[in-house]
Write a protein that binds this ligand. Sequence first.
Ligand code: FAD
Length: 383
Amino acid sequence: MDLALSDEQSAVRRLAEDFVRREVAPYAAEWDRAESVDRGIVRLLGELGFLGLTVDEAYGGSGGDHLTYCLVTEELGRGDSSVRGIVSVSLGLVAKTIAAWGDEDQKRAWLPGLTSGGLLGCFGLTEPGSGSDAGNLATRAVRDGGDYLLTGTKMFITNGTWADLALIFARTGDVPGYRGVSAFLVPTDSPGLTRTPVHGKLGLRGQATAELALDRVRVPASALLGPEGKGFSVAMSALTKGRMSVAAGCVGIARAALDAAVGYAGEREQFGRPIAGHQLVQELISDISVDVAAARLLTWRVADLIDRGADFATAASQAKLYASEAAVRAANNALQVYGGYGYIDEYPVGKLVRDARVMTLYKGTSQIQKLIIGRALTGVSAF
Ligand code: FAD
């Protein structure tokens, strides 16, 4: 098995590394404190093609394979998870989903804008009353002549206040559970759609998270993405691939933790020598490095399966489960290496712990990943 990167993959990785060094890392702490990344970052991400990875060039995408997508996502995650999340959602959950499920008009209408960074997308599945049990959502889409009227509330929506387009999941008809769900492409300037920022997040503080309220928001029937009643399949196909991108972002967090821990351990002296010379500090660093390597291999395996057209759903859950828990462990170990200084905002590792923490919660909690993996292995659904 050849894990060597091609010249093209290496070049894109270097581009992302350079971008993070110049445009992200110097500002990440400032954005975290201000609870907002600089919005100009979206245009820069678009210019570099990072918002169009794996999308067909005919629709403005930058093409490339899923391993390249992982490489870029890892670098962005190493620099700032808030920036990484902008890409994972606008590209990973919205543009790629339109590319997979959209008709020609929908692809032509939205993909060039989304892939260039001229437009931003958000993904509206979660509601106040339905998180893990997403198929039980309450937002309704009611037919009104040739249109639909959407009413309901969406919770914790990444990119929510900035997005131009919301992919909204709503219940059409009276079929209960996931079978009654449909997906809609909703411009966020539609009358009746209001957005309220969610402040006070533990991590990902730079990200524009919002609650979306829809009050009889009118969209034409042509806004339906995929067949009516197939919205849950649309959502799950987006989230399954999306798990790879979160996992890659987690590898980035763990790498940032490793770099920070190694750097600090070499500088800080206690008991007359750098703490890097104490065996228990080496254990912390060694554990982080194993987590980086294992999480990356699981994530690359998903990219390989997708690019070969093989089934990747269970591998995506395994990668997301492992990488997210590994990112939390790695960031926490790095904080331990920093001692009391790790607990202070001036040093980078506290932010890594806070940013890592949400990774085991969104795109399916760790418990939900275990149930998905368990179902695949036993053939019995625990849902
Ligand atoms: P709940 O579903 O209420 O779960 C609570 C606890 O119960 C968890 O530990 C869970 O694992 C456990 N649990 C639930 N059911 C089971 C079960 N059957 N077996 C075992 N344990 C179970 N959503 C979007 O749609 N779009 C976004 O862009 C988006 N971005 C987000 C950004 C942030 C910063 C956050 C915090 C969330 C975001 N979410 C988004 C929502 C996220 O996907 C949900 O928070 C997540 O799915 C969990 O749902 P919940 O918070 O309602 O928790």
